[in-house]
Design a protein around this ligand. Sequence first.
Ligand code: SF4
Length: 378
Amino acid sequence: MSQKNKIKKRKSVAFPMMGNVYIPVKTILKKLGAKVVLPPENNKTTLDLGVKNSIEGICFPYKLNLGNYIQALNLGADTLLMFQAPGTCRFGTYTITASHVLEKMGYKFEMVVFDMYKEQMKEVIKKFSYVAQTKNPLKIINAFRLGFKKFYALDKIEIKLFKTRPRELNRGDSEKIYKRARKLIDKAENSRELKKVMKKVMAEFDSVEIDREKDVPIVYLTGEFFVLLDPFTNMDIEKTLGELGIEVQRQIMLSDWLEHVLTPHLFYKKESHRERSTKYAAEFMKRAIGGECIESIGDAVFAARHNADGLIHLSPFTCNPEIVTQNILPKVSEHEDIPVMSLILDEFTGRAGYITRIEAFADLIKRKKAKKKMLIKA
Ligand code: SF4
């Protein structure tokens, strides 16, 4: 075989979009030497493509993932990446179902699956290295180190945004910094650059003019991972709440997942979200049943006992684990005295009705908080 024929064709790699996750994942792949084909961030076209080629009752996140794949394949991708956790819920069937649909549509591709029941971190490194066609340990360490730092950086600016936005005096100031920060984090080529970026953007956040005396209620957000982390899917609920003068808190963050799912237990000393949730949910649920069900119940109890004024639970239509959560949450609400609202999302969710429900909930918790304050004073 000639030397020319021995050179492997570089794979054009794509993966599903979910909020900010593409920034660190793209970084890792590029640093490993892979050619990344990035589909557009989730939008109406992505959703339409996914809906058109899916059966109606399948999970909402699957429809968006499928739309991402179609857009990426049309842009020239030939290798698709996806996580899979078989056995717990329909998440275990995403890759098989999507592969069948895409093959039937005539696309030629290789689906590379990270089986999260296998060795997790080892499985991720193995599959990333495979698609990037490298076994260079130094390259692998450096790529993952920078990618992981970006996961943490993105969470840090998000948390800062949650705190600053409801208190800002000029609407939109913190949002502008956040959007700029995302771009800068995306562009950072190494840890030194990233550190500089973070120093600069955190200082910018701190310089936003805010009302320090404002009594800001806290709403804890919980629910299914994808709808929580993808602003297109949840119709930017965090922005709506922030602009209504509400501070958002949530435990389900990108880095949280990174630590609890990917990091071997040996290196992970903190109490995991799952462990905390299992403890707090114990009165209402004895064991995890898949998805983020036990996390949602645990978060509701945790929020009530840690000064949150309300809890919003987000779930995709027909999501089995979150249907169970929805049926338990009224009991938690009564028992823990915390207002709870469940919102279900799919392609038919109307924006106007959705926002009206959030506004009504915000009014309710503001009145409840004011009443509580008056009773304490009296
Ligand atoms: S958690 Fe819910 S939405 Fe996500 S894959 Fe499972 S059933 Fe579908």
